[in-house]
Write a protein that binds this ligand. Structure first.
Ligand SMILES: [Zn+2]
Length: 244
């Protein structure tokens, strides 16, 4: 759709076990680590500014992801209060931090994702990747169920598995862009064949979601942007240079 531009905002790097990205068939990589990107995406839409994911609050080197997000928005000539709509792929802390920067924006999330995250935070579930400070503030939640064109040219597509309520996004750019978030960490998970990551809630659902996204990419001719693919990210255009 004419008039949509997307800019990738680099927030920080994260160090993870290599085997956490793609579950090994055999003995694994023996504790090898991989550095992966944490990012958000600013979308200029004729109906207003949209932010897809909000990045990490505090980066692993102790620096402020919040300051980094504000800097990256400023690179695009945008202040947080200009953002009208926030879309969260899911509520893990590296995707849903810094929400307090956007008290006046509607925050779009799948109902199932919010329910599970709030239940885990309330119960203090051990090992949970959801953090109270990300989801317990005065957020203007706009809860949706299932696939939705949230604005013309911005389609949200449930892709559960990594979390119960994860959603991907299909952007109607000159070449469509399918943003998988953590439904697919890397090109290796995308396949074919689809490969499980090291972390998921439901294995068969995770693989089904990848197959579904691959089908959508095939039919739409979309460029597929993965959630944490450092090799792909090194080749991406970064803000302020847009995809349009
Ligand atoms: Zn995640």
């Amino acid at each position: 759709m004419r008039g949509i531009r997307a800019r990738v905002l680099r927030i920080c790097d994260m160090t993870v076990d290599t085997d956490a990205l793609v579950r090994p068939d055999g003995p694994g990589s023996g504790g090898a680590k991989t550095v992966i990107p944490c990012w958000a995406m600013l979308i200029e839409h004729p109906e207003g500014l949209v932010l897809f994911d909000t990045g990490e609050r505090t980066c692993e080197d102790g620096s402020s992801g919040r300051e980094r997000l504000v800097e990256q928005l400023a690179l695009c000539g945008v202040s947080p209060e200009h953002v009208r709509l926030v879309i969260l792929s899911h509520l893990h802390h590296d995707h849903a931090g810094n929400l307090d920067l956007f008290p006046d924006a509607d925050v779009v999330v799948q109902r199932r994702e919010l329910e599970v995250a709030q239940a885990e935070v309330a119960a203090g579930t051990p090992g949970s990747i959801y953090r109270r400070e990300e989801i317990s503030g005065a957020v203007r939640w706009r809860v949706i169920d299932g696939e939705r064109e949230i604005l013309p040219g911005i389609r949200l597509i449930p892709a559960p598995g990594h979390t119960e309520g994860l959603q991907a996004m299909l952007l109607d750019l000159e070449r469509p862009m399918l943003v998988t978030s953590d439904a697919c960490y890397t090109a290796r998970n995308f396949g074919p064949p689809a490969r499980l990551p090291g972390l998921y809630r439901d294995a068969s659902e995770t693989l089904r979601s990848v197959e579904r996204l691959r089908g959508i990419a095939g039919r739409s001719g979309a460029f597929v942007m993965f959630g944490h693919d450092s090799e792909q990210f090194s080749r991406m255009r970064l803000a302020p240079v847009p995809y349009e």
